[in-house]
Unconditional design. Structure first.
Length: 115
């Protein structure tokens, strides 16, 4: 999974549209190579909710869990043979130029459907 982090307040509409267009080209390329699984941008952090259960009680707060300089803005899921291949794709994501792309392997759990 390639997690896209950036400074949300810098993501105006023209920037988002340019990223979406460039990301679309990247997706077409990795689809052609059989590496694409899924991708999606996320709604801005003010639309988020954080849910915790403590002592059996649910606590819901608005916004993301942590206040950080960079916010999670979207993700890609790719099917590659190595970490190096994932890093190569991560470096091509537009957000890598002014944010951070976190590369993490997904753990497949027995008995849990992918679909």
């Amino acid at each position: 999974m390639l997690l896209v982090y950036g400074t949300e307040r810098e993501w105006d509409e023209p920037y988002r549209e340019a990223c979406y267009a460039e990301s679309g080209k990247l997706v077409e390329d990795i689809k052609a190579k059989g590496q694409f699984v899924a991708t999606s941008p996320l709604q801005p952090t003010p639309t988020a909710a954080s849910v915790r259960v403590r002592d059996g009680k649910r606590l819901v707060t608005d916004g993301p869990f942590a206040e950080t300089r960079e916010q999670l803005g979207g993700y890609y899921i790719v099917d590659v043979d190595s970490r190096d291949e994932a890093i190569e794709i991560a470096a091509r994501i537009p957000g890598a130029r002014n944010g951070t792309i976190e590369v993490r392997e997904v753990i497949e759990l027995a008995g849990v459907s992918k679909n």
